[in-house]
Design a protein around this ligand. Structure first.
Ligand code: ZN
Length: 173
């Protein structure tokens, strides 16, 4: 799986690309970053296997729908922005994880949960896997550093390009 670095940069890119006028909104920024990393909270939730329920298209549709209804009922003016950021953030997370190397068995994500329980993963991973065990072993540190560098090299130029491209909107806020 990719790290929060790749996911956060994707969230920031989505915010800048889709809602440049909200880039200075703390709520929008927090939502974009949180939603892009949200599926990996399944590592902390007992009873939910990693890369299953919270890495599915169903989750990406159900959670934003609930959020939309709740925000609308509470007359939140940013209900559309927050809902879209939530949906796009979760989808970006699924895509990045799908493009990540996975050495676990079975490898991949249950994107089609609960209708299709097959694990899915790209044949040509773009991102390296992160080791979460033996975190302080020199070989693990070297591998995780390589993985983070690779994510940054791939994601950072794209994010900076989007921010640069959208900069005229930021100054109008
Ligand atoms: Zn994930």
């Amino acid at each position: 799986m990719a790290s929060p670095v790749a996911h956060s940069l994707a969230g920031l890119s989505i915010l800048a690309l889709c809602f440049p006028r909200h880039i200075r909104s703390l709520t929008a920024l927090a939502t974009a970053l949180f939603a892009a990393c949200l599926p990996d909270l399944d590592l902390l939730i007992p009873g939910i296997a990693h890369r299953t329920v919270m890495h599915s298209v169903t989750f990406s549709l159900v959670l934003p729908t609930i959020l939309f209804v709740w925000l609308k009922l509470n007359n939140n003016r940013q209900y559309l922005v927050i809902t879209c950021l939530c949906f796009c953030g979760i989808i970006s997370h699924i895509i990045i994880d799908w493009l990540s190397m996975d050495l676990s068995e079975p490898a991949g994500l249950i994107i089609g949960w609960p209708w299709n329980m097959d694990s899915q993963i790209s044949d040509k991973p773009l991102f390296l896997n992160l080791h979460r065990n033996q975190f302080f072993e020199p070989a693990i540190i070297a591998h995780n550093t390589r993985a983070l560098l690779r994510e940054s090299i791939i994601m950072l130029p794209a994010t900076l390009l989007i921010l640069f491209y959208r900069r005229s909107y930021f100054s109008r806020v």
